[in-house]
Design a protein around this ligand. Structure first.
Ligand code: MTE
Length: 301
């Protein structure tokens, strides 16, 4: 990375943001209630670890997705429109001072929104670069006021097989993911509420999803309805589905192959090309320290 400002991962928006997105700020601000734009201005920043990689065009990024609730194909954009993303309620419970249930838009309004351009690396060896709007997960952790016994966050997606045809299949629904408290409070862990300067399209996991860009994409759970603070490591959807192939940590590492394919390189969606995969998807400087003392864990599966 050539340009290092402030925390090392922040650069001025005009340097990081593709022109169409920069110009789109107006529509983003207009989206007010949905994106919580009232709180955007003071802390507005763009995280540009991906600045050297071109942003994936919207008509590519929103047409090549994984959202198994609506089918196993990459072409789930149309099917995902069945998702009723509003009104949307989110439960925050478990080891917290006071469990609550809050409307997603009410929560978003309370949070400091930022734009961040993130690399996204799927375990299936493809990647994109996505311009998100969202807030640091650490802010939600502060808001939740966890008790000292809380060691992990457990995230859950909605369960509604009537609405989501994919949930009529054999998978262990609902989709569940988890992070340690240290991971959840790392600056890079982002709760995503918008993409391409607009509120999240359903296919990206509206109205609110996670993105942990140093981990394989399956950790970045979509359409979250519940966040529980827990003492035990949660069993995740993919660990239940294929324990030999998908683990809890799932940090990107080109030297640790998936049991069925290499992780050394990735297809860059929309370009027809491939590039070498980077350790922690290029974010090692900011996250490698999270794993000190955990060397006996399967950190890269
Ligand atoms: N979250 C839910 N609820 N359901 C899913 O099927 N797929 C995961 C992750 N989060 C998934 C999910 C996988 S495998 C990937 S690669 C990313 O979402 C895809 O995110 P994208 O469609 O925004 O690229």
């Amino acid at each position: 990375m050539n340009v290092i400002h402030r925390k090392g991962w922040e650069i001025a928006e005009r340097e990081a943001t593709p022109e169409h997105l920069f110009l789109n700020r107006r529509s983003l601000l207009k989206a007010g209630a949905v994106l919580g734009a009232g709180t955007i201005a003071p802390g507005l920043s763009s995280i540009a670890l991906a600045a050297e990689d071109p942003v994936t065009p919207e008509d590519v990024g929103a047409r090549y997705n994984n959202f198994y609730e609506f089918g196993t194909s990459k072409k789930v954009h149309a099917a995902a429109q069945a998702l009723k993303a509003r009104p949307w309620s989110i439960k925050i419970d478990g080891l917290v001072e006071k469990p609550i249930e809050i409307d997603a838009d009410a929560l978003i309004k309370l949070m400091p929104l930022e734009d961040r351009v993130y690399r996204h690396r799927c375990v299936e060896a493809w990647s994109m670069v996505l311009p998100w709007t969202g807030f640091p997960l650490s802010k939600l952790v502060d808001y939740a006021r966890p008790l000292s016994g809380a060691k992990y966050l457990r995230f859950e997606t909605f369960l509604d097989p009537k609405m989501a045809s994919g949930q009529r299949s054999f998978f262990p629904w609902p989709y569940v993911e988890g992070l340690t408290m240290a991971e959840a409070t790392n600056d890079l862990a982002l709760m995503v509420t918008g993409a391409y300067g607009k509120p999240l399209d359903n296919v990206f996991g509206a109205p609110i999803r996670l993105h942990t860009p140093w981990k394989y994409g399956f950790k970045s759970i979509k359409s979250i309805t519940k966040i529980s603070f827990v003492e035990q490591r949660p069993k995740t959807f993919w660990e239940e589905s294929g324990p030999g192939e998908y683990g809890f940590w799932a940090n990107v590492n080109p030297q640790v192959p998936h049991p069925r394919w290499s992780q050394a390189s990735e297809e860059v969606i929309g370009t027809g090309g491939r590039k070498p995969t980077q350790l922690f998807n290029g974010y090692g400087e900011y996250v490698a320290g999270l794993y000190k003392g955990l060397e006996n864990e399967k950190l890269y599966i």
